[in-house]
Design a protein around this ligand. Structure first.
Ligand SMILES: [Zn+2]
Ligand SMILES: [Zn+2]
Length: 303
């Protein structure tokens, strides 16, 4: 199977700690290198982990809090210093371009084409439609406009069995029809059972990034059936009121979202620095959703 692999670059909330950077993730999605959020020192983390950061084609920014964007000026400037020519597209809520340009100057003067795409944080939409995958926004509920992102592999066409081609003397047109899952008939005009003709590829895979957000059942609805779900869990449930007041979620709430969504696996991150050990996040979430991991920076997850 082709690679879909997530690397955690930062899993701390507002400020970095000795072992955790602020939010960022590198997502190798089939043949594409993607970056999700770009907290401080993301570039350094990618270099240390040996990730091909110069191949990043798309950057997805959830919101304009500094713990999700402070690594961008350095990253964009380093691309320029390394004479990048490959185009780059940045998706984000409104206001990022102005903010970035106040730091690094007009971005249309960079040596590589940079395209800014503003996402609507109020309603879900497909913002990127490639041959092999799509990216949709997930409206999130935070103190400022925030979007999550849902990455979906497209359903592949089935393979046509060699034996079936020989047995039924299938023509090129019939093979094409079978690949498009259309009914086909033998020389007597009798329908041929599709299971005899085609082999379905593995089901398409998906990943959802939901940070920062307070608990919202609509998020579960949007990410229904996702293979891997990253949901922020800034606090434990004992600080549920504080979480809500600050537009964040607890480990238990993240688990409830994973359970409602019937996700395959839940990753927790964006931990408040008040917690030295995050094992309790995992334990709390697992009372509701067993397949939960509290992530560490540098963790790699294959989908
Ligand atoms: Zn944050
Ligand atoms: Zn935030």
């Amino acid at each position: 199977m082709e690679l879909i692999q997530l690397t955690i670059l930062g899993s701390s909330s507002a400020v970095p700690t000795q072992t955790r950077n602020t939010s960022a993730q590198f997502l190798q999605f089939l043949h594409h290198s993607l970056l999700i959020d770009c907290g401080e020192s993301s570039i350094h983390r990618m270099i240390r982990l040996g990730l091909p950061y110069d191949r990043i084609e798309y950057i997805f920014i959830s919101h304009l809090h500094t713990d999700h964007i402070l690594g961008l000026p350095g990253l964009l400037s380093s691309f320029a210093l390394k004479n990048r020519s490959k185009p780059l597209t940045i998706f984000s809520p409104q206001g990022l371009q102005e903010l970035l340009e106040s730091w690094i100057g007009p971005t249309d003067e960079l040596p590589y084409p940079l395209s800014w795409q503003i996402v609507d944080t109020q309603k879900s939409a497909v913002i990127l439609d490639k041959k092999e995958f799509t990216v949709e926004t997930i409206p999130l509920f935070h103190r400022i406009p925030t979007a999550g992102y849902l990455f979906r592999e497209k359903r592949k066409k089935p393979n046509v069995r060699k034996e079936a081609i020989e047995k039924f003397h299938l023509s090129i047109d019939q093979i094409k029809a079978a690949k498009n899952r259309q009914p086909i008939h033998d020389s007597q005009g009798q329908p041929i059972d599709s299971q005899e003709v085609i082999v379905e590829p593995p089901p398409p895979r998906s990943y959802a990034y939901c940070s920062d957000t307070m608990y919202a059942p609509s998020v579960a609805e949007k990410v229904k059936g996702v293979n891997l779900l990253y949901h922020e869990a800034t606090y434990l449930d004992e600080l549920k009121d504080l979480a809500q007041a600050r537009g964040h979620a607890t480990a238990l709430e993240a688990a409830q979202i994973a359970q409602q969504a019937q996700a395959g696996k839940l990753l927790l991150g964006h931990f408040s620095t008040r917690y030295k050990d995050v094992q309790s996040f995992e334990t709390e979430a697992q009372t509701v959703f067993a397949n939960t991991v509290a992530v560490e920076d540098g963790d790699v997850y294959d989908i």
